[in-house]
Design a binder for this molecule. Structure first.
Ligand code: AMP
Ligand code: DBH
Length: 541
């Protein structure tokens, strides 16, 4: 089995430790400590469950013993596909306590994405729920395991009134000693700006530093009650400050069963929620619904918004309508996270995407030749720091593309840096689509279209969208025979077993894709030209 590592050069690691950023804390030690300090306080609640810190630890330990008793071995990787249920936390910490490495998939992922992650991380087990939002995840996991010899264990959490993880939690295996804090704790996934997602190994030391600081920056304390609205395994929801930040602070995590504003408002009132996090399109929906319903949400103190650009006009409405402080967050699963601070002037809060967590986060804004642009001018964001990875797992080509020789991560984002250090996201240099915070690789969707026998070529672009921020438009050049209809193409793509958020919102059949030669040559220019022609047409209409 290919080992999973993440290392910083010795002098950097020494500095992060010497300055007290990397403290040697690990996830197992964190949970044990919080269970001792906050034993009787509520850690997590959700449909049908409410556990205090002592119970969360007890459940996590029982699962850890059970998994090791089944033959999993510390160091094994486990694909985790779970929704916003309390068992997500007992499962994740159970894996940490057993020395197993979670690989976090999203509930929307289907066979193609799961197989890619399972192969890439050489997972030995998949842990999922029987059904999530009506889809049969148990069957999908069984089918995957049948095709992947390394994937020996299908582990089902019986949520929705069932017994949860109980059946997996019987066994008396001994738990391993605490891990090395510099070891990889889990694999997060990238949004996949080119092709399929890449695996992001994060260590105990680096991730817990970002979690600990994020909790401070968002003002968390044991009195905090955090509502989990976005998918819990997304890096934003997990760590910015997310469910891990809340547990780190001794607060209470509330799992929302769905992202609807009505559900959110009800839970805020019932549980006294003080903080939550949304992507911009959802934040807009919450604002519009609140204007209409005037809900009782006086306990809400902070709303984090991130994942995609939150426009100032929308941002300005948060305080008057929802009655709380907006905290913009611009982050990435690869590392760097920026926040507006709770006491920043309102103008900074509504017009910027925040400044880095750490004084040791290095930020460069450069032109296409990696030369620094003048202060305040837009340019490509490069970053290096105490919780930004130096490499993806097992991906030499992506690593050569995504990191400079001196270890800066090329974020692909175009930003402007203000004298205060706050960043304003201007756009991006890569061709992915940011659809309501979900990042979709144009190339990946093109490849699915090209698999259709009647498609000669396809070009996928992002189109600005008032609801989603961006939507997916595919330009399709049919082959010689009968041209497929857009509805048929959409059905075809749906049948490819990929996440539904990748299905084009709009498909346009074209007679030519312009002057650029068909094929993979200069795709970027082709995408830009087609996007421009679409926008020009829209303007005239
Ligand atoms: P990923 O690398 O898949 O975790 O996605 C991170 C990317 O999401 C960033 O590089 C940005 O392109 C985008 N992103 C996240 N937060 C924001 C934000 N507040 N404003 C604009 N873009 C954002
Ligand atoms: O979009 C993201 O990936 C993201 C957004 C906000 C993120 O990873 C984060 C905060 O940590």
């Amino acid at each position: 089995m290919n080992p999973v590592t993440q290392t910083w050069p010795d002098d950097f690691a020494a500095r992060y430790r010497a300055e007290g950023l990397w403290t040697g804390e690990t996830f197992p030690a964190m949970l044990r400590d919080r269970a001792a300090r906050f034993a009787g306080r509520t850690a997590v609640s959700g449909p049908g469950a409410r556990w205090n810190y002592a119970e969360l630890l007890e459940r996590a330990e029982a699962l850890a013993r059970g998994l090791l008793a089944r033959g999993l071995t510390p160091g094994d990787r486990v694909l985790v596909q779970m929704s916003n249920v309390p068992e997500y936390l007992s499962a994740t910490f159970g894996l940490f306590l057993a020395g197993l490495l979670p690989v976090f998939a999203l509930p929307a992922h289907r066979r193609v994405e799961l197989e890619h992650l399972a192969r890439g991380a050489q997972v030995r087990a998949i842990l999922t729920e029987r059904r999530i939002a009506g889809h049969d995840h148990a069957a999908m996991a069984e089918a995957l395991a049948a095709d992947l010899p390394d994937l020996a264990h299908v582990l089902i959490c019986e949520t929705g009134g069932g017994e949860g993880l109980a059946a997996l939690s019987s066994g008396a295996a001994e738990l391993p000693a605490d891990p090395d804090p510099q070891a990889v704790a889990f694999l997060q996934i990238s949004g996949g700006s080119t092709g399929l997602s890449k695996l992001i190994p994060r260590t105990h030391d680096d991730y817990l530093y970002s979690v600990r600081e994020s909790a401070v920056i968002s003002g968390l304390s044991p009195a905090s009650v955090y509502l989990t609205v976005l998918p819990v395994s997304h890096n934003f929801t997990m760590s910015s400050p997310g469910v891990l930040g809340v547990l780190h602070a001794g607060g209470h995590v509330v799992m929302a069963p769905d992202p609807r504003p009505e559900t959110g408002f009800r839970l805020i009132a019932e549980e006294g929620v003080t903080i939550t996090a949304l992507v911009p399109p959802l934040a807009l929906k919450w604002i519009e619904t609140a204007e209409r319903l005037r809900p009782e949400i006086g306990s809400l103190e902070v709303l984090l918004v991130g994942g995609a650009k939150f426009l100032p006009e929308a941002a300005r409405r948060v305080r008057p309508v929802l009655g709380c402080t907006l905290q913009q967050v611009f982050g990435m699963a690869e590392g760097l996270v920026n926040y507006t601070r709770l006491d920043d002037p309102e103008e900074v809060i509504v017009t910027t995407q925040g400044r880095p967590i750490s004084a040791l986060d290095e930020v460069r804004v450069v032109d296409d030749l990696d030369g620094d642009v003048p202060e305040g001018a837009p340019g490509n964001l490069l970053t290096r720091g105490p919780y930004t990875i130096r490499a993806y797992h097992d991906a030499p080509e992506a690593n050569a593309r995504s990191f400079t020789e001196d270890g800066f991560y090329r974020t692909g984002d175009v930003v402007r840096r203000l004298p205060s250090g706050h960043l304003e996201v201007q756009g991006r240099a890569t061709d992915h689509i940011n659809r309501a915070g979900e990042k979709i690789s144009a190339e990946e969707v093109e490849d699915h279209l090209l698999a259709h026998p009647e498609v000669l070529d396809a070009v996928v672009v992002s189109i600005p969208d008032s609801q989603l921020g961006e939507r997916i438009c595919a330009f399709v050049l049919p082959g010689e025979g009968q041209a497929p209809r857009p509805a048929e193409l959409r059905r075809f793509i749906r049948g490819r077993q990929i996440a539904a958020f990748k299905i084009p919102d709009e498909i346009r059949l074209v007679e030519s894709l312009g002057t650029t030669a068909v094929g993979k040559i200069n795709r970027r220019a082709l995408r830009a030209a087609l996007r421009k022609s679409y926008m020009d047409e829209e303007e005239q209409a």
